[in-house]
Design a protein around this ligand. Structure first.
Ligand code: SAM
Length: 304
């Protein structure tokens, strides 16, 4: 798509170059993360959301939904690895895994590492927008390379609706959703935590979700989200990772279980250093524990 004359609310020309600026009056008023655009690869208004994919100068190909960056080829592994391996390595036997959202298929790529290891036996992914999957296989091929892996059961449906209707129980549920503005709105409510609990193996099951905000952007929102999670789960923790392509440079994850004995900050299963290096770029047993360590002010607000 030619940049000359391309019109999108997040794209503008600055000093002869075209830039993408992530703006949200609701989530981060008064600040914006920007990336220089090399080429617009695709733009469409799908049934559910505005989907923009562009090639950036420094971050590789970038997937944007409703004006918000979902992933870039440069740093996606940080998010995908942490949201996947935190719960999987904390669970004694994570055989059945459910992913809600996850259209870029990066979480599936990480889960397949545990299929090869014979700990994960089945992966169900419920994504509302098949356009995101199709476009990811074309423009984010390294992320989406296992979208049709034989152990993956792909369901195109609303994750919230799926959870209301399912009678299955899962060992781990990963909510890899977009932010609350749009089709993922219902994922950030008490009712959603109740549905997660209902679909989870009651004793040892673990859930994890992206928290949409981080400690710098909106710590009050995060505190409220953790309060909501704690009305349903007895053991709830907040973890974070470095993520240069998210506004303010961090991404937060909420991980929860009703296994009160479990220390979620320590991986129950551990790989040798050699195996970690061969499998991962971001996750290690040290990173697992370190991701839960918060600065004093944030710890006081979120964990006390
Ligand atoms: N890593 C990203 C982030 O946090 O910025 C999120 C990944 S992106 C793959 C999120 C996916 O959630 C999108 O593909 C979107 O279509 C999907 N999604 C949003 N609402 C959904 C819903 N109600 N049910 C299922 N999937 C949904």
């Amino acid at each position: 798509i030619s940049l000359e004359g391309f019109s999108h609310k997040s794209v503008s020309k600055q000093c002869d170059k075209y830039w993408f600026f992530e703006k949200s009056q609701e989530s981060f008023p008064g600040q914006s993360f920007g990336l220089e655009i090399d080429q617009i690869l695709f733009h469409i208004e799908s049934q559910y959301q505005d989907i923009l994919i562009f090639k950036s100068t420094n971050f590789g190909n970038v997937l944007v939904l409703n004006g918000i960056v979902q992933c870039t080829e440069k740093d996606e592994f940080a998010y995908q690895e942490l949201i996947t391996h935190l719960p999987i390595m904390s669970h004694p036997s994570p055989k059945k895994v459910l992913v809600i959202g996850g259209g870029d298929c990066g979480v599936i790529r990480e889960l397949v590492k545990h299929v090869k290891d014979e700990s994960v036996e089945s992966i169900t992914m419920v994504e509302i927008d098949d356009m995101v999957i199709k476009l990811s296989t074309k423009f984010l091929p390294e992320m989406a390379k296992y979208h049709n892996h034989p152990k993956v059961n792909l369901i195109i449906d609303d994750g919230f609706k799926f959870l209301k209707e399912t009678t299955e129980k899962f060992d781990v549920i990963i909510t890899d959703s977009s932010d609350p503005e749009g089709p993922a709105e219902e994922f950030f409510q008490v009712n959603y935590f109740k549905l997660l609990l209902n679909a989870l193996d009651a004793e040892k099951g673990i859930v994890i979700m992206q928290s949409s905000e981080n400690i710098w952007l909106n710590i009050e929102y995060l505190r409220d989200l953790l309060v909501k999670a704690r009305t349903v789960f007895t053991n709830v923790k907040y973890s974070q990772c470095y993520m240069p392509s998210y506004t303010s440079g961090q991404l937060g994850l909420i991980i929860a279980t009703n296994d009160t004995e479990k220390d979620l900050t320590k991986p129950l299963r551990q790989f040798s250093v050699e195996k970690e290096v061969s499998l991962f770029k971001y996750y290690s047993k040290e990173v697992h524990s370190a991701s839960f360590v918060l600065p004093i002010w944030a710890n006081q607000l979120l964990n006390k």
